[in-house]
Design a protein around this ligand. Structure first.
Ligand code: GRF
Length: 190
């Protein structure tokens, strides 16, 4: 079976990437992670290296300005010819070059129930607001901050004694299977 190539972008520890990689080892998995890119020396790149998947770090600081970095990132992704681009804890907004190259084929996972609590601190903001239920959302990426079409959501209950860390761990546990499911669905359909 020819599997659908995907590229994953990360910034952090890569537990979401690890879940995508683990699912991709199943024989009936419709996708293959062909490269993992990061904007920083993310610890999560280790998961890709361990699986002998090509990695690349495209740092903003190595480029004269944000527009040049946006072009370099888009070129790095295009080089792997993915059918789908998955932002898995990628902490930068993607610019016009990547959106133009993969319009409608970039998805992001966010640790809150959008449109509530968009942005970089979705877990902290939900906790500070005092919501009793939060969760995670998988969305199509557009030019806004977490404004794209919602593809899937999962609720997670907030506990009295939750800290940002404990709540985020439970969100990740619900978020990862949901993301794997969406990626399987989108890549099987291509
Ligand atoms: C996920 O909760 C994602 O939604 C958020 O950051 C987390 C990624 O963590 N933006 P990891 O680096 O995959 O462990």
């Amino acid at each position: 079976m020819k599997r659908t190539p995907i590229v994953v972008l990360i910034s952090g520890t890569g537990s979401t990437l690890a879940a995508l990689l683990e699912a991709s080892r199943e024989p009936d998995c419709p996708y293959e992670v062909v490269a993992v890119l990061a904007d920083t020396d993310a610890a999560g790149l280790e998961h890709a290296r361990a699986a002998s998947i090509p990695t690349q770090v495209v740092r903003l600081a190595d480029h004269p300005d944000r527009a040049a970095w946006d072009r370099a990132l888009a070129a790095a992704v295009v080089a792997h010819e993915p059918q789908l681009v998955v932002l898995a804890g990628f902490m930068k907004l993607v610019g016009a070059p990547l959106l133009e190259a993969f319009g409608g084929r970039i998805i992001n996972t966010h640790p809150a129930l959008l449109p509530s609590f968009p942005g970089a601190h979705g877990v902290r903001d939900a906790l500070a607001h005092g919501v009793k239920v939060t969760g995670a959302s998988v969305i199509e990426v557009d030019a806004g901050v977490d404004t794209g079409r919602i593809l899937a959501q999962v609720p997670v209950e907030v506990r009295e004694d939750d800290t940002e860390a404990t709540l985020h761990e439970r969100i990740k546990a619900a978020e990862q299977p949901m993301l794997v499911d969406v990626v399987r669905r989108l890549t099987a359909a291509r």
